[in-house]
Design a protein around this ligand. Structure first.
Ligand SMILES: Nc1ncnc2c1ncn2[C@@H]1O[C@H](COP(=O)(O)OP(=O)(O)OP(=O)(O)O)[C@@H](O)[C@H]1O
Ligand SMILES: [Mg+2]
Length: 360
């Protein structure tokens, strides 16, 4: 793909102009950009006393530009001018904060949007999202489940909803129906889930926006959003654009996972999103032969963390091979074996979650 001047300006705008509080773009340091095929020339002009700083910056900018797709060669020319004392560079005006809850109008029929998050990957967010959604639905609520993991969607497999989503005459998307009645939408229904998603940030955000705004979610008591691991762009974008009832943090009993759970919790606090509770997953394993419970990853860590951080503890979900089978076969344990101890743990956690929301 050919490189655009706009993209080059975006990159240059990341750097502060030597001797100025403004960026290279804002301070007017960029005198010329020329592009010929893959070769790019940029002329910068900085005050002469800043020469040493400019020389240091030069290789940094060059390698950033060279790292960009479509750029093969970079020539960065520095010119030095005498400082102009009369027109001291102005500090850039603080950027306008983007509007909050920009997508809310499209899901006005949804009462509570709940994000399921974790600081660490693979702790069971998707499994918990599916089973919580199904447990809430069994309790009589109208529930939607949105797969917010745009890079690695999994709900197209875990929920057992099969087929391709249909469109309405107005070009909106009708969510899929999972057994048990939960409405599900995942990018995995649309793209080939075996192919890695290699989109850049803005496209990912657009995909998230479409999964929320262009889908006919209709009237829902709960929309559960299964987030990707960590505290990245998708989580920030969701918190920014959708009024969240709150977040549920998933962790395992391991120390590292608990540290990451704390991080996730603090991030939601900063985003002013209430944390509704913490769920410990992959808790005790019950030996099917003798009934002995073994705590492979430690015991009670989730509960202690919840107490320390003063958030509700929604429950501990056992480590149970039936959960893996249920997820892989599209028959989540809450649906497939609702009387099992593990399904009951999910149902109990969903009940507690409902209570926390009611209290608020
Ligand atoms: N309670 C459990 N008992 C046994 N296996 C479980 C349990 N919870 C999740 N798993 C298994 O652990 C694996 C990871 O779970 P899952 O995909 O839900 O995690 P995740 O946090 O969504 O991962 P990612 O961060 O990649 O999105 C899956 O194979 C799942 O079946
Ligand atoms: Mg997941």
């Amino acid at each position: 793909m050919a490189i655009s001047e706009h993209r080059i300006l975006e990159i240059l705008n990341r750097y502060t102009s030597p001797g100025s509080p403004a960026t290279l773009v804002e301070s007017g340091a960029i005198k010329n950009i020329s592009i010929e095929g893959g070769s790019v020339q940029v002329d910068l002009s900085v005050p002469a006393p800043e020469k040493a700083a400019a020389e240091k910056l030069k290789p940094e900018i060059e390698s950033a530009l060279l790292g960009e797709e479509g750029i093969e060669e970079v020539e960065l020319k520095m010119q030095y001018h005498l400082p102009t004392f009369s027109a001291a560079p102005k500090a850039p005006a603080a950027p306008e904060p983007p509007p909050r809850n920009a997508w809310a109008g499209n899901i006005s029929g949804v009462k509570h949007v709940i994000a399921v998050a974790s600081g660490k990957g693979g702790v069971g967010k998707s499994t918990i999202s599916t089973n919580l959604a199904m447990a809430l639905s069994r309790a009589g609520a109208t529930v939607g489940l949105l797969d917010g993991d745009i890079y690695g969607p999994s709900q197209q497999m875990m929920t057992g909803a099969i087929g391709n989503p249909q469109g309405t005459a107005e070009g909106r998307i009708i969510p899929m129906k999972a057994p048990g009645g939960v409405s599900v939408m995942s990018l995995g229904f649309i793209i080939d889930a075996d192919q890695p998603v290699i989109w850049r940030g803005p496209l990912l955000m657009k995909a998230l926006e479409q999964l929320i705004s262009d889908v006919e979610w209709g009237e829902l008591d709960f929309l559960i959003v299964d987030l990707p691991p960590g505290t990245g762009d998708i989580t920030l974008s969701l918190a920014q654009n959708v009024p969240l009832a709150g977040a549920v943090i998933v962790t395992t009993p391991q120390d590292v996972a608990l540290i990451d759970a704390r991080k996730a919790l603090h991030m939601f606090e900063k985003l002013e999103v209430p944390v509704l509770g913490l769920i410990e997953n992959m808790s005790g394993y019950t030996c099917p032969k003798c009934g002995h419970v073994e705590y492979l990853f430690g015991e009670g860590g989730g509960k202690r963390t919840a107490e320390t951080l003063d958030v509700a503890f929604l429950g501990a979900i056992p480590l149970d091979p039936a959960v893996v089978v249920g997820g892989d076969s599209g028959r989540p344990i809450v649906e497939a074996d609702s009387d099992s101890a593990t399904a009951k743990a999910f149902i109990e956690a969903a009940k507690k979650l409902g209570e926390v929301i009611k209290e608020r």
